[in-house]
Write a protein that binds this ligand. Sequence first.
Ligand SMILES: [Zn+2]
Ligand SMILES: [Zn+2]
Length: 117
Amino acid sequence: MRVLWTPLSKPWAPPSADAELCCGTMAAQLEFTCTQHADPFECGDNLLVYNEVLDEYGLIVHDGGPSYVLIAHCPWCGTRLPESQRDRWFDETEAKGFTDDTLPLEYLTGEWRRRSR
Ligand SMILES: [Zn+2]
Ligand SMILES: [Zn+2]
């Protein structure tokens, strides 16, 4: 399934120390550094993103926008990746009436899903 990077107000950042990654190759891939591109979506050498807010992994679609195709397993070690919390994120933020401008900080990190687990 192809999805859009969300929340849009949250700029891409490498995984935090709280993120549990399956293997070293995955970790290395997500440590995106490129001298020519600040944004991983703009870099043709970059394959993968991890959206820590939603706990989902994706293969970048290089069409100029911040979209990616969700993957269920690590391409390198085969580990089953966590289930995306995308639907839950939208349900929760909508139920609470948050807009992009009023989103509390916890909804811009993995914090919101960690506390309610
Ligand atoms: Zn892996
Ligand atoms: Zn690049």
